[in-house]
Each structure stands twice: as structure tokens, then as C-alpha cells.
Design a protein around this ligand. Structure first.
Ligand code: MG
Length: 389
């Protein structure tokens, strides 16, 4: 079994993030695992666990990516000044000594990060390994939060500080209550099972919006192979009072990452349909939101990706800027893109792996956590994440 490592393992050899710790953690998590199995026994068997973590002998190095020299060349501004300037001028991820760090590694496919301010930790899915990991930012401790995770994908946090999780193998959206029990939020629409919920976001009114592509039922690697029961790959809204689930948009090829603007007047939804065919979209759309009616309107393409790259995850900041993951195409485009609310590209964060998703964290919500394939990256920015749990 490979032991995921963190930046702090390198800094402090005495730190006990090792096999014993993880095994102890796994034992301590038995109750959680049992809860999950009990909750899912009626619906899912087997659990679809790939269950053989990577056997890397030379884990990727942790710490700053570029060896510690400022300015970090991984931060690129699209504004090219005519005269020499200090750092990547105009890019909101730069204030002199900000640099991209690899803070943990050893995963197969890191996805769906969410930050919990009360505990100062990041949860993220390692989908093929069927687990949710937890990275504590105060001391760099890394552990397994939940395994099996039902091949969880996207995670988010609601306004009461509870974890919302999209499950491939469970084909459902769940909420982890403050006592640790798990509530199923959505697993069917029109009496038929969902495809495989991918990513979710919670509005101020408590409504839960999520995407439902078919990636999690295409095979046994990231879920359990099954025929889709839904005719379309929809975006849904779960009503906070009634629990009713309704389709808010049904013309996506593969809806994926989802986020509100900071004022919640706009909803951004990614379409990764390009994975299904070269003529399909690789872009993100933006909608106007009517929260009282629970409806979307005025669909527009917000930004196209340079195929064959796709964007998978999206977050916004308090200034309304839009931060997108980029991966799967030109390695020079791997990383994060930052746009103005009007759709102008401001800058790029270059990451040496395909990037799936991202979230803002830190006590000031100014630290961007980036799930990049086998590793978790982090960089302080001059922005603050929009989401207020
Ligand atoms: Mg996704």
C-alpha cells in the first residue's frame, strides 16, 4: 500500500504520517465505513472498490514547484506589459512571494475538493481508490476520511457546514450530517436512478444544484458499470423545503463542474461532452438564476477550452472572477485559468499534471487548493473564494 505523503513529511521527518497512522485511521473509520455500507446496502452491491492504491517507489517531490525562486514561473499573466514589470502584472494570484506548492501526493485521480473552515481541512475524492482524503492545512496531516466512498466525485459544503457528496457507485447525492450519519439527498428522478452525480453546489436558500453525466457508470474503474436510466444528462435542483428534485437544464452532453457567482445571480456549468466525441463542446456556460422559481435562463457560452483540453471544475471569487481547471490536452495548458466575470482571460496557473478541480480554502479563503491527478497542490492568491458556508 502506498502511503500518500505531504509537504510536511519532508519538512519534519518526525511527523507520523505513515503506514501505522493510516492503518490506525482506517480502523478508527470502521464505524463510518459501516454506516456507509448500511446506508448503501439496499441500493449498491458490490461497492465497486478498485482498492489497490498506486505502488509508486518515487513519489513526486513535495514543496514549492520551482525550487523557491520568486517570482514563481508557474503564475502567468495574460497582460504582457511593454516595459519591465514586477512579477506577472494584473494576475490576481500574485503578490511577490506566492508560489505553487505540491502539498500531498500518492493518489490515482484526485477530484472534488471542498474546504471546511471550522476544521481547517480540505476533503477531496480519490475516485478510483474509492476514498475521500482529508488534508489538514494547519499541520499538513493527511488521512483517509472515508473508505469506501462509493467512488465519490464532487464534494461541497452547505450553509450549515455539512458535507455534500456526489457518488458514482451510489448514483446519488448525499449529505453527511454533523453526527456523521449519511442522508440521501437525491438518487432518483421520475422514478428512475440518476446516472452518476458529478459535482454540486449549495445556494444560500439551501437548494442543492448538481450535475449528472454518465462518467461514473461507464465501467468499473471509477464506479460500477450500468446502463443509464435517465434519457438525458441533466442538471438538477433539489428544493430545500420539499426535497423535490427538478431538472433545470437538459441540453448538456456531459454536465460537470458547477458554481454560482458570488451574488448567486449567475450559475456556471461546465460541459465536458468533448470526451464523447470531437464535435462535442469543451466549454463552460453561464445562466441567469431565478432562485424563487428555481429556474435558469439566458444560456451563454462563457469560455471555450482549447481542445483537446477540457475544464472539469469551477469556482468563483468575491470579485466575480471565474477560476477553471484545465487538463487532458496540451501539457502547457494544464492547470487553472482565471477569467473576469465578463469572460476575459486574466491569467493561468501552470500545474505539471492534468487538473480536475479546485476550491478556495484557508482562514481568509485566499488559498487555492488544486486537485491535479495524483497530487494536491496549493497556492495563496490575492483573491478570496466566493462561497460562504
Ligand atoms: Mg467533475
Amino acid at each position: 500500500m502506498t502511503i500518500p505523503r505531504t509537504f510536511f513529511d519532508i519538512q519534519n521527518k518526525a511527523r507520523d504520517v505513515n503506514r501505522r497512522t493510516l492503518l490506525k485511521g482506517a480502523a478508527a473509520l470502521a464505524a463510518t465505513g459501516a454506516t456507509m455500507q448500511a446506508a448503501s446496502a439496499a441500493a449498491v452491491a458490490p461497492l465497486g472498490q478498485t482498492g489497490a492504491p498506486t505502488t509508486d517507489t518515487q513519489p513526486l517531490p513535495l514543496g514549492p514547484l520551482q525550487g523557491g525562486r520568486y517570482p514563481d514561473s508557474h503564475l502567468e499573466s495574460m497582460k504582457k506589459p511593454k516595459a519591465p514589470s514586477f512579477g506577472p502584472t494584473g494576475f490576481p494570484a500574485f503578490a511577490g512571494t506566492m508560489a505553487v506548492e505540491r502539498v500531498a501526493t500518492g493518489f490515482r485521480w484526485a477530484e472534488g475538493p471542498v474546504y471546511f473552515p471550522a476544521g481547517r481541512y480540505v476533503l477531496f475524492s480519490d475516485i478510483p481508490n474509492n476514498r475521500i482524503m482529508r488534508f489538514c492545512e494547519d499541520d499538513g496531516h493527511l488521512s483517509v476520511y472515508r473508505q469506501p466512498s462509493m467512488n465519490s466525485n464532487g464534494n461541497t459544503i452547505d450553509r450549515e457546514g455539512r458535507l455534500i457528496t456526489c457518488e458514482h457507485a451510489g448514483r446519488r447525492v448525499t449529505r453527511t450530517e454533523l453526527d456523521g450519519s449519511i442522508t440521501v439527498i437525491a438518487d432518483k428522478y421520475n422514478g428512475k436512478r440518476l446516472n452518476s452525480p458529478n459535482d454540486a453546489v449549495v445556494a444560500s436558500d439551501g437548494s442543492i444544484w448538481f450535475t449528472d453525466p454518465i462518467y461514473g457508470i461507464g465501467g468499473y474503474y471509477e464506479g460500477i458499470k450500468a446502463e443509464p436510466e435517465q434519457e438525458k444528462h441533466n442538471v438538477y435542483r433539489v428544493d430545500p423545503k420539499s426535497g423535490d428534485i427538478k431538472v433545470v437544464v437538459d441540453d448538456f452532453v456531459e454536465p460537470n463542474g458547477i458554481a454560482f457567482s458570488p451574488d448567486e445571480k449567475k450559475l456556471y456549468v461546465i460541459d465536458t461532452g468533448f470526451t464523447d466525441g470531437p464535435d462535442n463542446p469543451s466549454h463552460i456556460r453561464v445562466f441567469d438564476v431565478d432562485h424563487a422559481a428555481g429556474k435558469l435562463s439566458n444560456s451563454k457560452v462563457f469560455a471555450d477550452m482549447p481542445k483537446p483540453s477540457i475544464t472539469d471544475g469551477v469556482r468563483t471569487d468575491t470579485a466575480g472572477r471565474v477560476w477553471l481547471s484545465v487538463g487532458w490536452g496540451d501539457p502547457n495548458e494544464d492547470g487553472v485559468r482565471c477569467y473576469t466575470a465578463e469572460g476575459d482571460l486574466l491569467g493561468k496557473i501552470h500545474i505539471p499534471e492534468t487538473v480536475a478541480n479546485l476550491c478556495f480554502g484557508g482562514q481568509q479563503r485566499n488559498r487555492l487548493y488544486i486537485c491535479g491527478s495524483t497530487s494536491l497542490y496549493a497556492v495563496y492568491t490575492s483573491a478570496q473564494g466566493a462561497l460562504k458556508p
